[in-house]
Write a protein that binds this ligand. Sequence first.
Ligand code: MG
Length: 168
Amino acid sequence: MADHGMRVGQGFDVHRYSDDPDRSLVLGGVRFEGERGLHGHSDADAVAHACIDALLAAAGLGDIGQLFSDTDPAWAGADSLELLRLAAGAVRDAGWDPVNVSCSVVIDAPRIAPHRDTMRDRLSAAAGAPITVTARHSEGVGALGRREGVAAWAVALVARQPGTGEPS
Ligand code: MG
């Protein structure tokens, strides 16, 4: 089987909105104070989670739930940028270097564009590789259009570290 030393991975995440008034919306490592938060064991950062799943999938390391169980109290309220940093470390430990990640999030409000560069910078710093974020409106379609939650998709590219042979 030809091996070009590169792998892609895909990630998806969705979180429903929380009724807990103490939770704030967190996306791409940016906290939107005063905006209704998402339900989740961690800070429910769907953008960071999709990026994590894409990186783990590319490296053949399973998914976010295997690394950071949502029943483990260690990750309760976790900063997902820290989870991303740990996941990128696991990818490197497995013999792969993250090359880049591209994430798209579907959300109608608040506007993401003013925060896009901050998200890019924080996510990229956590992963040690460029991560870009784009945002789409739902056009009113389905559960996302009814503002029941937020969904994010990501793709990641990883490259085999020099001299590490052919990890599976
Ligand atoms: Mg998640």
